[in-house]
Every structure is written in structure tokens, then in C-alpha cells.
Design a protein around this ligand. Structure first.
Ligand code: NAD
Ligand code: WQD
Length: 339
């Protein structure tokens, strides 16, 4: 199939490109490189055979979208392009609504102009908010606590309403848990700009000597070791969920929501321990107060994705730690490292 990937040069998008090309899909990327580098696509091309075209442009630009859709004629769109830093979203709410919500509106309008009826959307487990029960299933109430989370929920609702306007439309709303890890080639991985907000890239930068110590945000939660529990998912498993969703969108209609996680959870100490083993580095830690807005634990019930899309995570915690270390140690400056 012909798959248009917005935000395809990003962390999750780039891994998805390799999996799509590996399944003989024809792929086109639209990215404005707001949070990525054109070097990413060089690496994707080195790792893949198959047809990959790309455009530099903004998903909010309707005429750009018209050009891409007229020339590439996608069967389906995977919509990754967006802003994702929870803290930034609280200080720049309008910027987040503009990219994440207006970008989605512009994309759907362009899809209507070009009769494209299938979309896969990058949503987040953060739409659930404080758990009423765990593991979260897709029926769990949604109550996001950050602006970022609200932009994702609003975008989900807009896409759902859009899907009701066409009998043949299919929208797959994927709620990702905590993506970590890197490609087995160590040629692609996560490249955060500045100080990492997320746990795994921070640990990796401590291990490689770029930062002194991991700050553990709270060890007094009501969890077995007092630190936060999360459902970490290997980015290659997550990428493969998109390939499964593309196939699923051929045989389904309507808006369909799926959790994309492993169904297991690990604490901050578990992650540090796994990374010490993978890297052989000491990884000093200092205990700090809880981070504002954090919840104690979250975990996916990912049964629906398994039953209906035939998708299941296959990488374990060691794969997550080892691949992150390989990527970080071979590319200490991410995509700015010599290729
Ligand atoms: P990322 O920042 O690495 O990738 C996003 C890509 O979109 C980047 O290449 C960026 O340059 C591009 N982009 C941003 N604004 C754009 C615009 N206006 N027009 C065109 N391109 C634009 O992020 P990621 O981790 O790969 O996340 C991809 C998607 O998944 C995002 O929508 C994010 O909200 C969502 N998500 C991420 C996580 C996570 O923890 N990484 C979890 C849940 C959901
Ligand atoms: C994981 C655990 C922290 C950093 C965020 C977004 C979410 C989604 C994924 C996009 C927590 C602890 C972290 C550090 C630490 N993104 N931690 N020291 O907060 O679960 O989710 O990323 O959709 O929306 O909110 O992930 O990796 O930041 O934190 O102790 O330096 O690690 O307190 O328990 P989080 P995270």
C-alpha cells in the first residue's frame, strides 16, 4: 500500500518507516524537522530497500498537504507529526493545540479533498489520567491531566467524528504506553534535544558519561520499591503495531482504539538495574522529590490489539536496555555523531 507518514523522521516514525518498507509498502514522509534531523532518512534508506520519498513541510500547511497527496496518492496516512513534551505543553498551550489539533484538522481536510479514507493516529496512554483501575483497558475513562494529553484526546475526538462522515472510513487510534529502545542495527534511536525529559534517554546519557547521575523522581510511591511503575514498550514492537494497523484498516471501518503496551510494568529501579547489566556502567542515582503531575503506576491491557490486529510485543526489558545502550554508545551525539 501507499502510506503517507507525517512526522516520519521522528523517533517512532523512523522505526516505523523501516518496518513498513520491510513489508513492501511504498512510503512517503512529510516532516518539518522541528524535532528531528534529515540524517534520519539517510539512515532509514541505508537500512531498507524499497520506495521512500519525502517532503519537507508542515502538517498545518493545507497547500503542502495538497501537493503531497496529489503527487503521492496515499491509501492510508500515519499521523505522527506533533509536539510531545508534557512540561512545554503547560507553558505553551496554544502552540500545542495549534500543532496537535490544528495539524490534525488540516490533515483530515486534505484527506477529504483527496478521498483518502484511512488514518492511523499516534495517541497516548496519557489520555487516561489518574487510573481508576489497572491495567487500563480501552474503556477506562479518559481524563488527561496535561495540556499535551488534552490535545491528544481532542484530536482523537475530531478523528472519530470525521470517521462518522464516511461509511468507508477507518481510523485507528493507537494509545502508546512508554516507548523505549532503538533499532537492532544501532543506526537509529531516540535523539532528545537538550536535557531528556524521559527516563530511558536520561539513564543512557548518564551511562555514556554525558550526565552525572539519574535523578529518581520519588521513592515513596505506593509501589513495591517506592518508585514509579510504567509499561515500557520497545520502539520496534511499537513500529510493528503500525504495520498491523495499516493491514487492519483495510478490513475495518469506523474509529477503533487500541492500547499499545506490553501488559507488564517496571519501576525506575528495575530500569536502572537492566541498564547497568546491559552497559556495564555504574549509573549513579540520587533520590529527588516526586515530579509534579506524575502518577504512581500505569500498565496496559493490550489484549484488544492482540485479538483484533494480531499484534503482540515480543521484545523484553533486556532488549530495551541493550538496544538503547548500543545506540547511545555508538552515537553519543545521536544523529549528529559521525555516520
Ligand atoms: P518525535 O518528536 O521524535 O517525532 C515527531 C516528528 O514530527 C518529528 O520528526 C518532528 O520534526 C515532526 N513534526 C513536529 N511538528 C510538525 C509539523 N507541524 N509538521 C510536520 N512535522 C512535524 O516524537 P515521537 O516520540 O516519535 O512521537 C511521535 C508521535 O507519537 C507524537 O505525535 C507523539 O505525541 C506521540 N506519542 C509519543 C510518545 C513517546 O513517549 N515518544 C508516547 C505517546 C504518543
Ligand atoms: C517514567 C518514570 C518518572 C525521568 C511521559 C509522558 C507520556 C508519554 C511518555 C507521550 C516516572 C521517572 C523520569 C527522570 C525519573 N509521552 N523518571 N527520573 O512520565 O510515564 O510519560 O512519556 O505521549 O505522555 O507523560 O515517562 O520516562 O518521563 O518517566 O525518576 O529523569 O521515570 O517519575 O516514574 P512518563 P518518563
Amino acid at each position: 500500500m501507499r502510506v503517507l507518514v507525517t512526522g516520519g523522521a521522528g523517533y517512532i516514525g523512523s522505526h516505523t518507516l523501516v518496518e513498513l518498507l520491510g513489508q513492501a509498502h511504498e512510503v512517503c514522509v512529510l516532516d518539518n524537522y522541528d524535532n528531528s534531523s534529515p540524517e534520519v532518512l539517510n539512515r532509514v534508506r541505508q537500512l531498507s530497500n524499497g520506495q521512500l520519498t519525502d517532503y519537507v513541510g508542515d502538517v498545518r500547511d493545507g497547500s503542502m498537504l495538497d501537493q503531497v497527496m496529489a503527487e503521492f496518492k496515499p491509501d492510508v496516512v500515519i499521523h505522527f507529526a506533533g509536539l510531545k513534551a508534557v512540561g512545554d505543553s503547560m507553558t505553551n498551550p496554544l502552540g500545542y493545540y495549534d500543532v496537535n489539533v490544528r495539524g490534525t484538522l488540516q490533515l483530515l481536510s486534505a484527506m477529504d479533498r483527496h478521498n483518502v479514507r484511512r488514518v492511523i493516529f499516534s495517541s497516548s496512554a496519557t489520555v487516561y489520567g489518574e487510573p481508576e483501575y489497572l491495567p487500563y483497558d480501552e474503556a477506562h475513562p479518559t481524563n488527561p491531566t496535561s495540556v499535551y494529553g488534552r490535545t491528544k484526546l481532542v484530536a482523537e475526538q475530531i478523528i472519530t467524528d470525521w470517521s462518522r462522515t464516511h461509511d468507508d472510513a477507518c481510523a485507528v487510534l493507537l494509545r502508546y504506553f512508554n516507548p523505549v529502545g532503538a533499532h537492532a542495527s544501532a543506526r537509529m534511536g531516540e535523539h532528545p534535544d537538550g536535557v531528556p525529559n524521559n527516563l530511558m534517554p536520561y539513564i543512557a546519557q548518564v551511562a555514556v558519561g554525558k550526565r552525572e547521575a539519574l535523578q529518581v523522581f520519588g521513592d515513596d510511591y505506593d509501589t513495591p520499591d517506592g518508585t514509579g511503575l510504567r509499561d515500557y514498550i520497545h520502539v520496534v514492537d511499537l513500529a510493528r503495531a503500525h504495520v498491523a494497523a495499516v493491514d487492519y484498516s483495510k478490513r475495518q471501518t469506523g474509529a477503533q482504539v487500541f492500547n499499545v503496551g506490553t501488559g507488564q510494568s517496571y519501576s525506575v529501579h528495575d530500569m536502572v538495574k537492566a541498564f547497568r547489566t546491559a552497559s556495564g556502567q555504574p549509573i549513579p542515582c540520587v533520590i529527588k522529590p516526586r515530579r509534579a503531575g506524575d502518577i504512581a503506576a500505569m500498565q496496559a491491557n493490550a489484549a484488544r490489539a492482540n485479538v483484533e490486529m494480531g499484534w503482540k510485543a515480543t521484545h523484553d526489558l533486556n532488549d530495551m536496555a541493550r538496544s538503547t545502550w548500543d545506540w547511545q554508545s555508538k552515537n553519543p551525539d545521536g544523529y549528529d555523531s559521525a555516520s
